[in-house]
Design a protein around this ligand. Structure first.
Ligand code: GLA
Length: 418
């Protein structure tokens, strides 16, 4: 019988940057999607405190990442990056020490080119000194962007990214290396050798259609990821109140609670880094509940380190640009991820129309997963709903969602072989 093979990530040698980090997808928070350039010491420390107070830190969230705009406009007289003294009056090392005392880690942002995306000094030509500076401050994570290299010079950046990887290794400090070159130049082919994660697409923003287009862009990439090196479909938009690309003039496009559950289910099954974007100090309870679901996070953090893949997708009717143009349409999809110990996780999503979850053209759908082709055991699986925490029973041959799944919603289950 034809069986799905999910062993690539396990068999592939671990080739990542030599820092021993990210054996499971990194978990943390980043300032960009909610706060844009409004970063400061007080913002970062208050988000860190909230990470502890909300219980997220105890669940494994650890990186608190300052994105763009922390820098002064100019390097110092020794050619070193320096923080903006108004935003960070005590410097970055103070923030790092404070986070470390809280049991957390500090992430920071720079750019492989001469300027960051917001026009601050980039690291081009200064990779060694910048790696040293970050290490001396106690930084634990570097997001390395790609503005003003591919735009101005339009060339393959892999040598530059490799130079920074070498520079980080040379410091001797384990610094998680997160490459952010938007999926250009097929980073999954070369970044696993030199980094812990690499962006696979342009920026996410809090809109369901954008989230799903990024999911589609992950097709075919599972085999490149594994412990120490991960595909990065960008940050988690659950609870983020923001705009397209964080451009102030654009309208907010926030995602709903059920879209957020689908998004978080997919990031977990795709073994994406779980880097939250919402304001942790004022997060609504529903958003915190989603990102705190320990059983869903256990799928993300499963030690086998496989990446889930789409195993079934079905559409009916005619959709143009994600809008149904016939009387009724449906669009369902099933993702499957192998877990340690022979178990599996599945996400069964009713994708509906791209833009309107309550569109009359889309209705709740029963979604089915063929169990006959997975696993090596008896073919019997105990199925548990990870969002409701309900044991749904023992299934053989096929699992069908007990109820219709609403458009833009997902059911996520764990399948334990018996
Ligand atoms: C790029 C990145 C974003 C963010 C901004 C900051 O667009 O892709 O994630 O870091 O730059 O300027």
């Amino acid at each position: 019988m034809m069986r799905y093979v999910f062993t690539l990530a396990v068999l592939a040698p671990t080739m990542a940057i030599d820092n021993g980090l990210a054996l499971t997808p990194p978990m943390g928070w980043n300032s960009w999607n909610q706060f844009g350039c409004n970063v400061s010491e007080s913002l970062i420390l208050s988000q860190a405190q909230a990470m502890v107070d909300t219980g997220l830190a105890a669940l494994g969230y650890e990186y608190v990442n300052i994105d763009d705009c922390w820098q002064a406009q100019e390097r110092d007289t020794n050619g070193r990056l320096q923080a903006d003294t108004t935003r960070f009056p005590n410097g970055i090392s103070y923030v790092a020490t404070t986070l470390h005392d809280m049991g957390l880690k500090l992430g920071i942002y720079s750019d492989v080119g001469k300027k960051t995306c917001q026009g601050y000094p980039g690291s081009h030509g200064s990779y060694d000194v910048d790696a040293e500076t970050l290490a001396s401050w106690g930084v634990d994570f570097l997001k390395f962007d790609t503005c003003s290299l591919t735009f101005e010079e339009r060339r393959d950046p892999r040598d530059d990214y490799t130079a920074m990887s070498t520079a980080l290794n040379t410091t001797g400090r384990p610094i998680l290396y997160s490459i952010c070159n938007w999926g250009k130049h097929d980073p999954w082919l070369w970044a696993p050798n030199i980094s812990n994660m690499w962006r696979t697409t342009m920026d996410i923003y809090p809109q369901y259609a954008r989230v799903m287009s990024i999911v589609d862009a992950q097709n075919g990439l599972a085999e490149y990821a594994g412990p120490g090196h991960w595909n990065d479909p960008d940050m988690v938009e659950v609870g983020v109140e923001s705009t397209i690309f964080n451009w102030k003039h654009m309208p907010a496009t926030n995602i709903t609670q059920r879209e957020s559950m689908a998004h978080f289910s997919l990031w977990s099954i795709l073994s994406a880094p779980i880097i939250l974007g919402l304001d942790l100090t004022s997060a609504p309870a529903w958003a915190l509940d989603i990102v705190s679901n320990a059983e869903v996070l256990a799928v993300s953090q499963d030690p086998l380190g496989a990446t889930g893949v789409s195993v079934a997708e079905a559409t009916t009717g005619v959709m143009v640009g994600g809008v149904c143009t016939t009387g009724a349409c449906s669009h369902t999809q099933v993702f499957l991820k192998e877990l340690a110990g022979g178990a599996f996780a599945a996400v069964l999503i009713n994708r509906g129309g791209k833009y309107d979850q309550d569109d009359a053209h889309f209705v709740p759908e029963t979604i089915r997963l063929d169990l006959s082709t997975i696993g090596e055991g008896s073919g019997l699986f105990a199925v548990r709903d990870l969002w409701t925490g309900e044991d749904l029973g023992v299934f053989e041959g096929e699992f069908a969602t007990p109820e219709g799944v609403e458009p833009h919603a997902a059911v996520m289950v764990r399948l334990t072989p018996l």
